[in-house]
Unconditional design. Structure first.
Length: 479
């Protein structure tokens, strides 16, 4: 009788809903009752023991957890100390008077973190090389990739206007993460327009439509900014108010053409350095001539430092630029960048299917599973030459730069390292993936992908992180 009863109970257990089967994820699993789709798994690395799972093979959107795949593929391809190089080239050398005949060519090297500080060092080195005047043009070459086709709504809209910086368009000759920066300071007195300048040059590089009014002390600062494209040129439209005693505020908005932004910024810096360009400035898709030689060059930061920014701040521009760099042929696009990451994933044992159309996760068609994401994490754990750089890109909830992850108990805050992913359209996505250390010091991996549907339009981070922290705390304490 007892034996028959045991078999009956086992049979009935197989018929239970997902939430009842969510061993180890009893709290997180309750989101399934609200209509959310979940793929979750946690397991110990040393034995492969699964501590909890909900539909671990289900393919869902990982949002910015995609960047973990990008980071692993980049480290695998180049190693932690790789640097991208930006060069100024010419087919001639300056004469005794410092005059360079022909064109000066900026060879966009695809550095995802190239800034005006780097450009200034590049210009200084050109000055050290003796150049004082360029008879020809300043040519900005984005032959490696750019302008890159937009395949997400935000980036396509940014060709005409944008009110953010995260949707910046892409080019191998981009600077300042593909975004313009303006500084807004109060005017001399209340009632006067605010003083607005570019962040990178005393000379005006970007056209500014300033509608910001200065108000009396302590009256509050409220600024609105939108970059629009007007008659083929970028314009920063600013409105609102700023107090007379307020500090200057820097505002970033994506440019409509990163290579053109580079061209205008570099031209202004050459002018400040006393290097005149007589032939004007242009962007080009052509590769520099075979006979062109380097006059000045600047190396970017090591890859391991780039990945800290990509992952900690979930920088979409940097992630997609790195993915485009993974493509070995010129004229790369995001689909090819995603395919390069997929090719890397194909070598990970037991990963299973994956679909990646970008390195950032902005593409809503990206798909993976909790089991697949954990296979990625485990594969990096077993690569001692790469793992320190990889795990350093993840945040601890207790002291990470993103404050919304500072939730849960001290156990969760200090025994977990993670990457998050967020999308709100066309459905809500909240994704978390990373490592944990148990009380006995054992390493584990976990991934929780939560996707909404048409009937579940909103999902807060607290609805995911709070139950997940309880579930992971139990696993950590029990092992």
């Amino acid at each position: 009788m007892c034996r028959r009863l045991s078999k009956l109970l086992l049979f009935l257990a197989c018929l239970l809903p997902v939430t009842a089967q969510a061993s180890g994820f009893t709290q997180l699993g309750r989101l399934a009752d609200k209509g959310f789709l979940i793929s979750a798994e946690a397991r110990l690395i040393d034995e492969g023991t699964v501590l909890g799972a909900i539909e671990a093979d289900r393919q869902l959107s990982p949002a910015s957890v995609t960047k973990s795949y990008l980071a692993a593929a980049a480290l695998d391809r180049w190693g932690p100390q790789h640097r991208f190089t930006t060069r100024l080239l010419a087919e001639s050398r300056p004469d005794g008077d410092g005059v360079l005949s022909g064109d000066l060519i900026l060879d966009g090297g695809g550095d995802p973190a190239l800034t005006t500080e780097d450009l200034w060092r590049l210009v200084q080195r050109l000055h050290q090389a003796g150049v004082r005047e360029v008879e020809g043009r300043l040519l900005v070459s984005q032959w490696r990739f750019g302008p890159v086709e937009c395949i997400t709504t935000d980036r396509c809209q940014a060709r005409d206007r944008t009110a953010n910086a995260y949707s910046a368009l892409l080019s191998s000759a981009g600077v300042n993460y593909g975004s313009w920066c303006v500084s807004v300071a109060p005017g001399a007195a209340s009632g006067q327009p605010a003083r607005v300048t570019g962040c990178d040059s005393q000379a005006a590089i970007l056209e500014i439509d300033n509608r910001v009014e200065t108000r009396p002390d302590n009256s509050g600062t409220e600024l609105r900014a939108e970059r629009i494209t007007r008659n083929g040129h970028d314009v920063m439209v600013l409105s609102g108010q700023i107090s007379t005693n307020a500090r200057p505020r820097d505002i970033y908005r994506g440019s409509s053409d990163p290579a053109d932004q580079m061209a205008r910024t570099l031209l202004a810096m050459l002018d400040q350095a006393g290097i005149a360009v007589r032939g004007g400035v242009e962007t080009t898709l052509a590769e520099p001539p075979a006979g062109a030689r380097s006059l000045a060059e600047v190396e970017g930061k090591p890859l391991q430092e780039l990945l800290l920014r990509v992952m900690n701040y979930s920088n979409n521009f940097m992630a997609d630029i790195l993915a485009l760099n993974l493509v070995e042929t010129p004229r790369a696009d995001l689909r090819l960048g995603g395919a390069a990451i997929e090719a890397f994933v194909a070598g990970i044992p037991d990963h299973g299917p994956v679909t990646l159309l970008s390195g950032s996760g902005l593409t809503t068609e990206n798909r993976t599973s909790a089991r697949g994401a954990n296979a990625l994490l485990e594969s990096m754990f077993h690569r001692p030459s790469l793992f320190p750089s990889f795990v350093a890109t993840l945040q601890s909830p207790g002291n990470g730069v993103m404050r919304f992850i500072r939730r849960g108990s001290p156990t969760f805050q200090h025994h977990v390292m993670l990457k998050t992913g967020t999308l709100n359209q066309p459905v809500a996505v909240r994704a978390v993936s990373g490592y944990f250390r148990t009380r006995s010091g054992r390493w584990g991996v976990f991934t929780a992908l939560v996707n909404g549907t048409g009937s579940t339009p909103y999902l807060s981070w607290s609805e995911v992180l709070d139950p997940l922290s309880v579930d992971l705390e139990r696993m950590i304490d029990n092992h």
